[in-house]
Design a protein around this ligand. Sequence first.
Ligand code: ZN
Length: 267
Amino acid sequence: MSLTDDLYRDIILEHFKSPHHHGKLEPADITVEGVNPFCGDEVTLTARVSNGIMTEIQALAKGCSISQASTSMLTDAVQGQTLADAQRLAAQFKQVMLEGGPAAWPEALEDLEALEGVKKYPVRIKCAIMAWNALLEGIQDYTKETAVTGGAKPSAISHQPSASASTGLTETQVREALQAVEDPELHWSIIELGLVYGVQIGGGLVTVDVTLTSPGCPYGPMLLAQIHHAVKELPGVQQVKVNVVWTPPWDPRTMATDDVKMELGIG
Ligand code: ZN
C-alpha cells in the first residue's frame, strides 16, 4: 500500500467515524433517500434552499465506510453552493468515478480525491456515488416542484392509446419476453427486479416504460438495446419504443419479487 493509499484511507475513515453535517433537517426543502442494494447502503439527505442556494444540508447515512464517507464529503462540498453548482459538482464527481479521468478538485473539496481510489473496485463505485445520485434526484424534484405553476409541465410519457391490438399480442407475452433481459450488475431479470413499470400495446407498436437501478447506471444503453431486441422479436411487433422513467424511483424493497429481496437481504 503506497503512502497515498494510506492517506486516502485515513481521509475516508475520518469521514466515516465522524460524518460531517450529520442529522436530519426538519422542515426541509429537499428530502431525498438513496439506496445501494449491493451492500445495503442507505442515505437520507435533507437540505434547505433559499434563493437557489443550498444554505444547509444534513445527511444520515447507513452502510459501508465508502458510502458514508462519500456522503459526508458531499455535504461539505455542496453546502453554501447554488443548486446549479451542486448539480455540476455531482455530475463531475460521477463522471470521474464512472468514466475515470483525473479531476482537479478545488482545494476545499480535495477530500473527494480520496474516493478516486475506489475506482479500482468497480463494485464499490455504487457505494461512492449513491449519495450523489440522491442529491441529483432531490435537486431535480425540488426544481420541478418550484417551477412556476402553469408553466411548461414536464411532458408526461406519451402513452399510446391501447388501440385494439390487431396482433393479438398480450402484455403477459411481452413481460415473458422481458424475463430474459437481465440487469448486467445484479444478474436478475428486469421483470423480477421490478424495473419494468409499464407495457402498452397499440397495433404493431409496443411501448415499454422501464427504469434503471440508478441514474448513473453505466449499462443503461446496453440494457435498453436488449429490451428493444427482446420485444421486437415477438410476433406482430413492428415498432418498439423504450421509455426510461425515473418516477417513482426504483426501490427494490417494494418493487422487486420476494426472491430478489431475499437475495439482496432486504426481504
Ligand atoms: Zn457500500
